[in-house]
Design a binder for this molecule. Sequence first.
Ligand code: TYD
Length: 392
Amino acid sequence: MNKYFLDLGKQPLANNYLKIYSNVQIKYHLKLFFNTKNKIVSISKRIPSEKMFNNTYPYRSSMSKTMKNSFFKLSLEIKKKFNPKKILEIGSNDGALIKNFDKKKVIGIEPCNNLAKITLKKGFITYNKYWNYKLAQKLKRKHGNIDLIYSANTLTHISNLNDVFRSISYLLSKKGILIIEDPSLLECMKKNSYDQFYNEHIYLFSAISVKNLLNKFNFEIFDIKNLSTHGGSIRYYIKKKSNKNLKINNNVKKQIQNEIKYGLHKFKTYKKFSNNVQRSRKNLLKILQKIKNNGKKIAGYGATAKAVTILNYCNINKDLIQNFIDITPEKINRYMPGKKIKILKYNRNILNNYDYIFLGAWNFKEEIFNKEKKFIKRGGKFITHIPQPKII
Ligand code: TYD
């Protein structure tokens, strides 16, 4: 049974950065639910994929050193540990992972045409398609079984998880490995990072819920890695149950125990989270209001989808945060979805115009602190809402 626990209000599509501001933007009610049976946390509204993932999708994996390094390291690990003959990435984005592999060995699946074009141009086999059973059948006919399937921050965007795993199971070789990587529900709860929820993120996985999901398809997790990317993610290493060659690492049990200890299997944990989120909104607004009253200026750093949830949930307007700053070409000179706050192109001097930075990309805090030593030196301060609203 799905039980409701948090209302994040009316939210626009998080990656719909408008060129021309309009008061009439379609908004969807963002409500969060916990499934008491399979322990999955999900949002209520399902928006057709075509509305979100099309030819203008602005998110680019290669826009931060942190993500590029993470993908590079993973590619080395995959080659060393599994040495797959054929690799498939579901949601290959702009190729941040696949570019580390031999072009003959790797296939990308990317529904957003503007992103698929990037890897196609570089000579990588890329299917500009949504992941589903029909595509898995086509791939099997053309390329045979796949030894390693990888997907980061993509499966949680697809409503029909049964079709997702059925298609993977069909295409993956008997001894094949599936690696999936997504934000960790445990980290989200601990950090109170409610901004992990937006219309694209239909699910937020825990090891408990992934285990339950996989069971139906005779898959099992054999290893788990906690990562710092996206504010705390989990990389799940998965195999077919029939493959007895790989041992199950103790990490899997440990992660599940930690999640149970925190109460991720219980509804009351989510009610508590809901109260914390409401408190976080009040406290963030207090901080921003005080800065405004002192006549100081704030820029949002990183025009993230996460920040869109915060702006719209807390009703933060231009009087509180004057602009956002970002390096992504697809976001520059556009407006933050749902709000008349313009995104400006990053340059080193632009921060001279502001006294405070609100960390929209709080998940890249270290990278940003390193980059902005000059701002810090001249007394510039940072505002974050993680884990509690505060000035750093
Ligand atoms: P991310 O946190 O990955 O995104 P989302 O919440 O949308 O999933 O996005 C980080 C954003 O921050 C991205 O638009 C690029 C931007 N960014 C900068 O502009 N400068 C930087 O130094 C870094 C690290 C990120």
